[in-house]
Write a protein that binds this ligand. Structure first.
Ligand code: ZN
Length: 393
């Protein structure tokens, strides 16, 4: 569940979700509360599905408001969660049902090896601060970094969320006005790859971190010994390292450049190939998402363009003399036959990506740019005719 959902007010302000780790003594209480939250979710799921497809008559699509009304008075059947939480589950359920365009969503499973990651949402007013502690539904909860929590003035509707390891976090979305410095440079093209996760047209590189690969042996050892929790911790460590590297790189790009152009390479299409593990370890999708939202908040232009022919084309003269195909992947640098320029494979691709965005789209609409499109068969005889006419006159 995404905690950054907006409940009310200023939609345009950048919303950040602050996470605070909950101390272990509250874990069992939160686990019990999450089981109740799952029961409420499953009730909404069953009820709204039945309403949409009744045995007789016309179906009805229940909104979040309808579900809130249906759950009136349900609080007395639950020991942990209150009406606020039930209403938030109703609105969240209604939102997701519209988002995924489905009459029925997946059940939330409380106890099974394939159980859902636990989640207890709340309204902003139901969290009360008591010095260094907080009160929620009659329970005192202690969190880490309570000094940081004490400095916060206002928060929005948030949630308690559990990660795969089993630790609980308090997620508090809040509008944080941030000041991004004026960009020092105009534009940059970014090529995403496996050797280096990202290479820019200014020869800046984000080396492939191998976050998962470096911990793979340890994870395998932990799994062989039956240490499931340790294995999950190592997975979390890899994911946090990846996040950190990508956040630092995307922040640097957004602070430095006004216009950022990225290739549209899709990790989903490469998941069926032998490169799947490396592709997932790179986090291209995360990097794109980070650049898009950070760019939006900072008032930068971030564009995603087609990567077609960007590795093959020479960024100096535009001729298609570069490496191509699967065998061409090992060629890291090459010299253009057309103009003699020496190119680094990735930097050249990044420059082409930037150039693709600068050029107007093709009239025929089949190519992303006129410059990098191979001459079509139809145009060859025409060009020859024009040359003949020119020679005759
Ligand atoms: Zn060239």
């Amino acid at each position: 569940m995404n905690a950054s959902e907006e409940c009310s007010g200023q939609a345009s302000a950048p919303v950040r979700t602050l996470r605070f780790k909950v101390r272990t003594e509250a874990h069992s209480w939160l686990n019990a509360a999450a089981t109740e939250a799952n029961q409420v979710w499953n009730y909404f799921n069953a009820t709204s599905y039945k309403a949409s497809r009744p045995f007789a008559g016309k179906g009805r699509w229940l909104t979040g408001f309808d579900l809130c009304n249906l759950s009136a008075g349900a609080t007395e059947y639950f020991e942990h969660i209150g009406a606020d939480t039930i209403q938030r589950i109703a609105t969240e359920f209604a939102t997701r049902r519209i988002q995924f365009k489905k009459a029925k969503l997946r059940w939330r499973v409380s106890s099974s090896p394939r159980r859902s990651l636990d989640w207890v949402p709340f309204k902003a007013a139901s969290i009360r601060r008591r010095g260094r502690y907080l009160r929620f539904c009659g329970k005192t909860i202690r969190i880490f970094e309570s000094e940081r929590f004490a400095k916060i003035d206002q928060w929005r509707c948030g949630c308690f969320a559990q990660d795969a390891v089993g630790d609980w976090y308090l997620c508090l979305p809040m509008a944080l006005p941030e000041k991004t410095p004026a960009p020092t440079l105009a534009e940059v093209g970014i090529d995403l790859g496996l050797k280096d996760t990202a290479v820019t047209s200014d020869e800046d590189r984000l080396a492939a971190g191998q976050f998962y690969r470096s911990l793979e042996t340890k994870i395998a050892q932990a799994q062989r010994r039956g240490h499931q929790r340790q294995a999950k911790r190592l997975h979390r460590q890899a994911s946090r390292r990846r996040h950190n590297a990508l956040h630092q790189f995307s922040r640097k790009m957004v602070n430095r450049y006004q216009k950022i152009v990225i290739g549209d390479v899709s990790s989903l299409s490469l998941l069926k190939t032998r490169m799947a593990k490396s592709v997932l370890d790179c986090g291209w999708g995360q990097l794109k998402t980070q650049l898009l939202y950070k760019g939006e908040y900072a008032g930068r232009s971030v564009q995603i363009v087609s990567e077609r022919n960007t590795s093959r084309a020479c960024s100096s003269c535009g001729s298609l003399t570069g490496p191509s195909g699967v065998n061409g992947l090992r060629v890291r640098s090459w010299i253009c036959h057309g103009c003699g320029a020496a190119h680094d494979r990735d930097v050249n691709a990044a420059r082409n990506i930037l150039a693709t965005e600068r050029l107007p789209p093709s009239v025929r609409g089949n190519e992303t740019s006129q410059r990098h499109a191979p001459p079509s068969r139809a145009s060859r005889p025409r060009k020859a005719r024009i040359a003949r006419c020119a020679a005759a006159s």
